[in-house]
Design a protein around this ligand. Structure first.
Ligand code: AFP
Length: 330
């Protein structure tokens, strides 16, 4: 049995190996607390709305705020962490000026699932801090996805799962509720280049651009259409759940650009949703784009910027890209 701490001690790391391991263990420990709170749910009086909005203009659930505060407190006290950025906070929070890492997170992804007892998760991304000795500010976080030293998620489902990459493949751990250990359950995860399973919120069909409409229409047509075979659909309404399914059995996940709010580049956030999930998917042999361009190559301009996301098995992600290029030749 390999536990998370054993794995981290033995894993081949990028730079800051000890610091990265220490911060991951901090996040994993907070994950145990969040998992326990979710298990108690209504009994702990923590469901429902918090009664305020975050910078995204989204109403916050009580658990959004609780999870955010637990992560913020734990990471701000970790000497390796120079700063923290959260989906739930307008600006980043400076921590230890001598820290070598920056941490970004979505504390509770899929919060619309909380009150119906469906899967939610925590997504995190770890970047190098390049101004040691100075207090970290928002601009220090504006690094493209290729700069990530580690990324992962905690999925609070029937089991609590930690998926992680340090840049050398993807591994998964399951939290043993009896021992409190995260136990290695999958190593060197790889996803197939092809799939028959796709995830998208089809109620937005009329708002998508033509190539995305064409791509989905072909999947829906199944064996009677262009693709010549049938497809199945799943939609967890929590990116962390859809990405977990893809890492377990393949598939493609899309939250494309839509004209419902033409000013919004997409729904998902680049820095603490798209980038960490893209790191995991690429490390598992998949691909991740904004429909055309590779997500992890995007140079960020704002810690809360949004981006369209198409990720999962390589051949389907490439098909989406090719359709967009056919519709809009350069
Ligand atoms: P919430 O955290 O507000 O529930 O949003 C979750 C999410 O950002 C992502 O995890 C889901 O894939 C996506 O939104 C679901 O969006 P729809 O509710 O529009 O289907």
């Amino acid at each position: 049995m390999t536990t998370l701490s054993t794995y981290l001690n033995n894993a081949t790391h990028t730079d800051n190996a000890t610091a990265v391991s220490n911060v991951i263990l901090t996040i994993a420990d907070v994950g145990k607390n969040i998992s326990a709170l979710l298990r108690r749910g209504a009994l702990a009086g923590i469901l429902g709305e918090a009664g305020n909005e975050n910078i995204q203009g989204e109403s916050q659930k009580k658990l959004d705020v609780i999870a955010n505060d637990l992560l913020l407190e734990a990471l701000s006290s970790n000497p390796n962490c120079a700063g923290v950025a959260s989906e739930e906070l307008d600006n980043s929070t400076a921590a230890s000026a001598d820290g070598s890492l920056l941490v970004l997170f979505d504390p509770l992804d899929g919060s619309s699932n909380i009150d119906i007892n469906m899967a939610v998760g925590t997504i995190f991304s770890i970047l190098p801090y390049n101004n040691q000795g100075q207090s970290a500010v928002d601009d220090d976080f504006l690094q493209n996805g290729d700069q990530q030293l580690a990324a992962g998620y905690l999925l609070y489902g029937a089991s609590t799962i930690l998926a992680l990459t340090l840049g050398h493949g993807v591994v998964m751990f399951s939290l043993d509720p009896d021992s409190g250990d995260y136990v290695l359950i999958k190593d060197n995860i790889q996803i197939d280049k092809d799939t028959s399973e796709y995830a998208i919120n089809s109620s937005n069909h009329r708002y998508w651009l033509a190539p995305m409409q064409q791509y989905i229409d072909e999947l829906v047509a199944g064996k009677d259409g262009e693709r010549g075979r049938n497809f199945n659909t799943r939609w967890v309404a929590a990116m962390v759940g859809d990405v977990h399914r893809i890492l377990c059995r393949g598939g493609i996940f899309m939250y494309p650009y839509d004209t419902k709010d033409a000013k919004k580049a997409g729904k998902l956030r680049l820095m603490y949703e798209a980038n960490p999930m893209s790191f995991l998917i690429e490390q598992a042999g998949g691909a991740s784009t904004d429909a055309i361009n590779r997500i992890m190559s995007i140079e960020p301009t704002n810690i809360h910027q949004r981006v369209p996301v198409v990720l999962g098995c390589e051949n389907e992600v490439n098909r989406v890209r090719d359709l967009h290029k056919q519709h809009n030749p350069a």
